[in-house]
Each structure stands twice: as C-alpha cells, then as structure tokens.
Design a binder for this molecule. Sequence first.
Ligand code: FBP
Length: 551
Amino acid sequence: MAKKSILQQQRAAYQPKLPAVLWGPVKATYGKPTESVADHEAIKSLFPATYGLPELTFVKSEAPAEAPAAISVGVILSGGQAPGGHNVISGLFDGLKALNPDNRLYGFLMGPGGLVDHKYVELTAEVIDDYRNTGGFDIIGSGRTKLETQEQFDKGLEILKQLGITALVIIGGDDSNTNAALLADYYKRNNAGIQVIGCPKTIDGDLKNEQIETSFGFDTATKVYSEVIGNIERDCNSAKKYWHFIKLMGRSASHIALECALQTQPNYCIISEEVEAKQMSLEQVVDGIAQVVAERGNRGLNYGVVLIPEGLIEFVPEIKSLIKELNELLAIEENKEKMQTMDAAEQREFVLKNLSKAALATINKLPEGVANQLMLDRDPHGNVQVSLIETEKLLSEMVEARLKQMADKKQYDGKFAALHHFFGYEGRCADPSNFDADYCYALGYNAAQLINSGVTGYMSSVRCLTKPSSEWIAGGIPITMMMNMERRNAQDKPVIRKALVDLEGKPFKAFAAAREQWARETAYLYPGPIQYFGPAEVCDQPSRTLWYEQN
Ligand code: FBP
C-alpha cells in the first residue's frame, strides 16, 4: 500500500454527512412528466424510450420485508478530474452494501474507453477504504472517450452482460452525462436490462440548472485557486511592483473566475459572458484593463491582480464567428482527409486559404500560437482546448502596448511589469472540502437508491445545499429534461445545456456592485487554505456563488 501523509491518515476517518432522508430505507415519489429545456420534438425523437420521465424525490419509508436481490453495478469516471470523485464511488459502494451486502461494484478503467475495451477492476471494501475523502480520480482513472456509436454501446453491453452488471453509473460533466442519456435510451429501447445513472461532475460549475444546484468539485477547486490568488495578492501588496495576470480554468463559462473574484476581491476580473453581452472587441477588453492599470499607476500604485477566465477568447464576438467558421470547415470529411496527409505548415495554409475575408482579418490579428490553437486543436467532443491558449500573456502584451500609447499622450506615467500564472490542474485533484466530501458521498449513496428504484436515464440530484446536510433533498432528474439541440462538429446534436454566468443573477450583481472599489483601492481578501478540521463556519461554508444564489 502506498505511504500516506499525516493529513491523509487523519482525513480517512472523516465520515461524510448524508441527508437525513438517506439514513434509512426510502421510497421514490414522482412528479409530473417533464419536457426538455428546448427543442422538444427533436429531443423526443432522439430519446424515444426515456423522454418525458417525471422528476423523482425520495421520502423515508418502512424497511422492506426482505433485502432486494443482489446485483452488480459498474462505475465510470469521465472527463477532467474534480475533487470528490472518490467519495461518489465510496458513497455508491456504501449505498449498495446497505441495500444488500452481496451487491458488487466494478470500476471501468480510464474513463468510458474502459467499458468499450473491457478494462475493469472489482472495487472491494479494501480498495475503497484507501480512497475515502481523497482527491483525484486515480482509483480507476478517467478519460475523454466519447460514447456515441452503436458499436461502442454494443461492445459495452458485452462486458456488462459478462460481469452480470445491471446498472452503470457515469460520473461526468455535461458531455459525459449527455452520453449517459444516449446509452440509457439505447439500452432501454433494446431491452438490454441495463440502467444508466449520471452524476454531475466538473470543476467548471457549468453543469447546473434549476434542478442541479452545482456540480461537484467546483467548491474545492475554487477554494484552492482562491487560496493561491490571495497569497499572490499579499505578495503583490508587499512588493508593490508587479501586475499579476492570472488565467483560471473553467472552459467557456466564467463561474470559476467569478467565484474566485468574490472570494479574493482582485483589482480586475473579466467575465466572458459580459464581454459577449456588451459585444466587446479584444481591443475594448484590453482597454478596460489598461484604464485600471493607468488610473492606479498615476497614483503611484504600480501593482495589481487581474483574473481572466480561460474561455474568454471564445466570447469575443469576432473570434466567436471565426471559431464557428473554423469548426464548420474542419468538420467536412473531405477536408479532414486532405489535412491528414499534410504537415502543420500545410494545414495552416490550407485553413487560411479557405476562410472568409472577415475571419482571415481576425486570425491575422492574433499571435501565431493562439491562431494555431484555434485552427487545429479540438477535444473529442469538438471543444476548442481553451486551457492551452495563453490568454494571460496575450492580454498583458496588449495592455503594455496600450499603456505606451497612453504614456505618449501623457495620460499615464506609471511603471508596468507583468507576471503570468495559470491555475487549473492544481485544483482538480485537491482533497475535497467538507462540502464536496459530503455532497459527493450523498450523490453516490443516492445513485444506489436510484438504481434500487429501477429507473434509468436519471441524474443523481441532491438539493437545498446551503442548508445543513441533514435537510438536503435527494432524488433524480431525468437527463433529457436538461437537453437542447446545439451545433457540434458541424452537426446538430442533443446536449445538456451549459450554464453560463447569469448577468442578472445575484453572484454577478454582487461582483458588479463592488468591482470599481476593488479596482481603485487595494481591497484584497485572503481566504487561506481549505480547513478540514475546526469550527463549521471555517470548514463547512459552501461557495459564494451558491450562497448568493440561495440567500
Ligand atoms: P470537464 O468538463 O471534463 O469537467 O473538464 C474540466 C477541465 O478542467 C476544464 O476546465 C479544462 O478546460 C479542461 O478540463 C482541460 O482538459 P484536459 O484535462 O483534457 O487537459
């Protein structure tokens, strides 16, 4: 067994808190039939067996006369790591064992690919106990294979049948849960006898809606980033000589940047959704930062902190149209085949030759590295890999150039020295905060109850998350309810609608009301590291986003 740190040894003993309703036997109660968030007819025709299912809520019940028959269940971790994944699995394991001690759990290795390639391990108590309350997905690994073809579904079915598995839990983000819904519908349509249940994972915080209050991992990851942003702010306020440009993970949505801003009160934070709503050009975004730098610099304050969401580039309108055009171009089969035979320089030339005049003008304004990222790299779900684009450097270079122009016009006489950071991977495998440890364990435990209720195509849901955990509500949400049609890889596809920052929502409004003061003054807030032991007001606080949304 691997050596454990002292914190790991102590933390292993933490008993995650469950909603009171899950402390004993439960009964499922059902609401009215549901509709997808949009495109009803299209989604209905793509999910004929699972569309329109009712919402499910658990209530306490009498113990059954005898335990349900023993079953075997499979579990998959899908996509980017998020703190708390191990607790979803330990909650699922404990939930299954509470229903029948002979129930068995298998983990498919390295993401959905493990199901297709028949790579798995049995997760016994001995294995599980080693991973309770720890960060990471290393118990079985994760991957980004997209489950979408009938061949993959059938290959998966072979191993499920072979192992006697009758239910599969997919722990993933919006794309992975979309795949869970496709799989659920396919297996139900074909009477395969396999239930599929999803769990809402992603540090990005963009898998949320009226039914799913937050995805797990967001709480811990943003606390880790906020700790280090706070440390940088303090360093910055001590040396008083640098501007720190900090890019934060989170894909398209700016939830992470917004949450970190609320926790640390930096001098500037860009919210991509606002950039899009105001139709701002890249020059205008740069100008906004330069004005703050100049205003502080002219008062002798040549330092500050700027937070940048990694997806910013996709929201600048001219770049958004460029990406759209590139996606269409790169998805044409004939183009794909041609490009496979070319080297990188030829591919670049080919793409440039086929772009419209407007798109060409936009791409020519960008540094070569950024242009190449936009032109060529996509993840298996067709997303631009925004975490690889160095937006923080792009912006600070453009700010410096803008300040020079201002200095020439005698509008600025400060000094500007920039440092760059990217916080993303540092937060994805941190030991889960108490909030995530409890929430994840409850999601997993609840998934076992959903399986026991016989449903399929549902996402495990635990709600009322700013209340004490004993008052949390547990149940299931039909995944098709969260879906709409979107353009992916140049095709209209059913997907779970991504939640972007709501500019009318309370978290954004709280930020907008304070940001001018944070820009002018040095109002830094230092949240410090996540605390696992100590008073509840230090250890058990949910994210500011959740707090503002529910209070
Ligand atoms: P998920 O959507 O799979 O949860 O991914 C989260 C994330 O951390 C994003 O914030 C980031 O853009 C991406 O993964 C990075 O991907 P990779 O791990 O493949 O480098």
